[in-house]
Write a protein that binds this ligand. Structure first.
Ligand SMILES: [Zn+2]
Length: 489
């Protein structure tokens, strides 16, 4: 028995605090309720910007913001390679960007080429200190052990065998859906969910694999589990109440607790951390939700996904649902100013953000605000800022000499971290609640929920910590990995 408690780290894709509250109020979540009663729930953990899974899970795996981990979103423009990077925002992205390119970006490049080498994943930092770490279905998995990720035969056939099994490097314990399962009887256990449900990247598969790790003689000191199904449910149905997805998830969570002689003993041996990567907000019905950014910017020539190394385009528009990057690809003088003016005229766009010298400018129909790091005002995270102009643009207020965030939690730090990412765009736009920004990445049909913006509806996630004597005050996603490192000193 180790001298420390092991950590079970569960990441739920799209986890809205109100969905948790609704389902708990109906008495439907016995496992979640148990963990909260025996530990703590903070419903206001602040996500990263943009509130997109590759960006958020990179932070949840490294503790680093996008400025250093370098993953700007689900969709971005690679200036060096003059192409769009799309980790699979939709099936259409596989067609537009090419099946081989999209699969390589998702399976290999995200972890081994695009995630910054100056940051370490939690697996890379804990294993040299003697800890055994394991990850089930992680998006961000970079570690020191070599594996062969298997490409399903049907995909090899579809790509005329140009897509091959590929070497990846992960933690000592590793399971990646259909692509890789550790040797042993796990393969039989997941047999029935192997082929269906996003090639094993689904909740049921992940929980079966997680239970397998917990039932081995040598258990991981850190076991991370990524659960994606709530995201699809919230997109399709209702972000506020992920019924019956959270109820189903609660049963899966209960089955993890059942791996121990009792639920209390599970907490005696382990610390459970359960967190969302981002939340979701409700969309206007049907086509009313769409903001056609390419049409607004029709005066500029636009790069298209799948085009070969085209040099004469003015801009690239990368939609990350309720946030979009505009990359300026031409050296035409004054283009940035003209783009800001054009975008700011669209009433469904919330903020148009750009950076000049060291100042960020936020243009809205509530006025224009500019800010940079400084010492005039401090916020509850201890960050100091110079702020001038219309504070309403980011719903900022001053209380007892401190900046208070309203509708846009921790907006100043999150915007600064977004713009310091070398892979980010020249302009960032966000949509008002209810709207979705079209561009490369988002198909022209969508459901009831979405995310990506700075708004609190997309940005605040529940954080449950159970089995630990400590908690995180004023938690942000960037605080979770440092917290885990204090638990495994
Ligand atoms: Zn989503």
């Amino acid at each position: 028995m180790p001298q420390y408690k092991r950590v079970i780290y569960i990441i739920i894709d799209s986890f809205h605090p109100r969905a948790l509250e609704h389902c708990m109020a109906r008495g439907e979540l016995s496992a979640f309720s148990f963990l909260i009663q025996k530990g703590s729930l903070d419903p206001d953990c602040v996500s990263i910007f943009p509130t997109m899974t590759p960006t958020c899970t990179s932070t949840l795996a490294t503790g680093a913001p996008p400025s250093t981990h370098g993953i700007p979103g689900m969709v971005w423009y690679h200036r060096g390679e003059r192409r769009f990077v799309d980790y699979g925002s939709s099936w259409l992205s596989f067609i537009k960007n090419g099946f081989i390119q999209t699969a390589q970006d998702f399976l290999y490049n995200l972890n081994h080429r695009q995630l910054g080498w100056q940051v370490q994943t939690i697996y890379e930092s804990l294993e040299p200190r003697g800890y055994y770490t394991a990850a089930v279905n992680p998006l961000i998995y970079r570690g020191n052990t070599e594996y062969i990720a298997h490409i399903p035969f049907i995909f090899k056939l579809l790509t005329l065998f140009q897509l091959e099994d590929t070497k990846v490097y992960g933690p000592k314990g590793f399971c990646l859906g259909r692509a890789y399962q550790p040797p042993g009887d796990l393969r039989q256990r997941v047999e029935e969910v192997r082929y269906w449900g996003k090639l094993g990247i689904n909740d049921k598969f992940a929980v079966r694999a997680a239970k397998w790790f917990l039932q081995q003689e040598k258990k991981p000191d850190l076991l991370s589990i990524y659960l994606p199904d709530t995201d699809s449910k919230a997109h399709a149905d209702n972000p506020d109440c992920c019924q019956p997805c959270l109820t189903r998830l609660d049963k899966e969570l209960a089955s993890i607790l059942d791996c121990f002689p009792s639920w209390d003993e599970a907490l005696a041996e382990n610390i459970f951390i359960v967190v969302g990567d981002h939340a979701q907000s409700a969309l206007m019905p049907g086509k009313q939700s769409l903001v056609n950014v390419p049409a607004l910017l029709r005066a500029y020539s636009q790069a298209r996904a799948g085009e070969d190394f085209v040099l004469d385009r003015d801009i690239a528009i990368c939609s990350n649902e309720r946030m979009a990057y505009i990359y300026i690809l031409t050296s035409s003088p004054g283009i940035k100013k003209d783009l800001v003016k054009c975008l700011a005229e669209e009433p469904k766009i919330d903020q148009v953000i750009h950076k000049e010298n060291s100042r960020h400018h936020v243009v809205t129909d509530r006025g224009e605000l500019s800010f940079c790091q400084g010492t005039s005002y401090f916020d509850c995270y201890g960050n100091g800022w110079e702020v001038t102009g219309a504070w309403e643009a980011l719903d900022l207020k001053i209380k007892d000499g401190q900046i208070q965030y309203g509708d846009y939690p921790n907006a100043l730090e999150r915007i600064a971290q977004c713009f310091e990412n070398p892979h980010g765009g020249d302009l960032v736009i966000t949509a008002k609640p209810g709207y979705l920004l079209l561009g490369e990445g988002v198909p022209k049909w969508y459901g009831r929920g979405s995310h990506g913006s700075l708004h609190k509806e997309d940005s605040l996630v529940p954080l449950i910590i159970s089995g630990a004597s400590q908690k995180i005050e004023k938690p942000r996603l960037v605080d979770i990995v440092p917290f885990i490192k204090t638990l495994l000193p």
